[in-house]
Design a protein around this ligand. Sequence first.
Ligand SMILES: [Mg+2]
Length: 109
Amino acid sequence: MELNEYQKLAMITKKKWDNKDAELIDSALGLCGESGEVADIIKKHLAGSKEMNLDDLKKELGDVLWYLAETCDYLNISLDEIAKLNIEKLKKRHGDKFSGYGDRSDENK
Ligand SMILES: [Mg+2]
């Protein structure tokens, strides 16, 4: 699935907010909350108190993605744009690691 397709489908389930500030707060706190759920699964695994359930971890990572999509939707930014910007940043920071990989930025045009 492509990121923008995911964002479009995920936002079908987005709550309708009367207050735009509340929507942004929901997005930001949701990202923090779901990231915390990911961290908790890993923490309990590392502490030996609970075996890691990969299916549960995948679901929580999906929840993080959902709130990221909501945050981007609020800001009128596509997930695809965020992904591209992040790769550009990584290339500037770790350019040598991308050598030989080629420039795939034009593949979908
Ligand atoms: Mg969750």
